[in-house]
Design a protein. Structure first.
Length: 221
C-alpha cells in the first residue's frame, strides 16, 4: 500500500532504479554512481546553465580527463591526461582521474586541491552567518573543510570512503548533507542554506571542469 504521495513514491523509485543501472555498469564510468551525484544532476537541471550541464556529463561519467589527440585535424586517438609526477615515480602511466587528483602527493595536485578549498571558503565568506564556522576552519585543508561541512557516516563502506572526497570536489554532496551543513553554518532557513550550497556545487563543478580543460592540448579545427 502506498502511504505517501504516489508521484513522490514514483520519483523515489525511478531514482533508485537509475542508480542501480548506473552501479551495475561496474567499470570506470560508474565510479561516481551515487546518490550525491544524482542529486547534483537534479540541481544542475533545475537551476544550472548549459555550461554546468556539459561539465556535469564529463565529470559524473568520470571521463573529464579524456581528450582527442589530433592536432592536425586528420587522425585522432582518444587519450587520457596523465599525472606526470606519479607516472615518473612508478615508471608506468597514471591517469589523472579525479580520484587520483584527490589523493595525489604531487605539488601540482596539492595546489589544485588548495585552490578548490579556496573556492569553497571564499563562497562561504560571502554569507555573514558562516563567520563562526570560518573562524574555526578558514585555514583547514580541503579534506578537513569537506569533512566538517559534510561528515562521512561512521558506517560508511570502504567504497564510500574512496568516493567521498572526489564526489565532494565536484559538488556531489547529498541533499541530506546539505541540510546538515545549512544548520551548522547557521543559515536562517533551509531554503537559504540549500540555495547557498547549490551555488557551491556549481562553483566546484565549474572549477574542476575548467581546470581539466586547461590541461588538454588545444585541438585544431
Ligand atoms: Zn599523481
Amino acid at each position: 500500500m502506498l502511504i505517501n504521495d504516489i508521484r513522490q513514491s514514483a520519483r523515489t523509485r525511478t531514482k533508485e532504479l537509475t542508480l542501480q543501472r548506473w552501479l551495475i555498469k561496474g567499470n570506470w564510468s560508474g565510479f561516481f554512481a551515487c546518490k550525491g551525484i544524482i542529486e547534483l544532476g537534479q540541481s544542475v537541471l533545475r537551476t544550472g546553465s548549459a555550461f554546468h550541464q556539459s561539465a556535469l556529463i564529463h565529470l559524473a561519467t568520470n571521463s573529464v580527463h579524456f581528450y582527442w589527440s589530433d592536432t592536425d585535424g586528420r587522425e585522432s586517438e582518444l587519450l587520457q591526461l596523465q599525472c606526470d609526477d606519479c607516472s615518473y615515480v612508478i615508471a608506468s602511466e597514471v591517469p589523472l582521474t579525479i580520484d587520483h587528483l584527490a589523493i595525489c602527493p604531487s605539488a601540482s595536485a596539492i595546489q589544485t586541491r588548495a585552490t578548490i578549498c579556496r573556492v569553497v571558503l571564499q563562497h562561504l565568506n560571502s554569507f555573514p552567518n558562516c563567520v563562526t564556522w570560518l573562524r574555526a576552519h578558514g585555514r583547514s585543508s580541503l579534506s578537513e573543510v569537506m569533512s566538517s561541512l559534510f561528515p562521512l557516516s561512521v558506517t560508511a563502506t570502504p567504497e564510500e570512503v574512496i568516493l567521498y572526497l572526489p564526489r565532494c570536489m565536484i559538488g556531489g554532496f547529498t541533499v541530506g548533507e546539505s541540510t546538515q551543513a545549512s544548520k551548522m553554518l547557521r543559515f536562517h532557513s533551509l531554503t537559504d542554506g540549500h540555495s547557498a550550497l547549490d551555488q557551491l556545487r556549481f562553483k566546484c563543478l565549474h572549477f574542476l571542469f575548467t581546470h581539466y580543460q586547461s590541461l588538454k592540448p588545444i585541438r585544431v579545427a
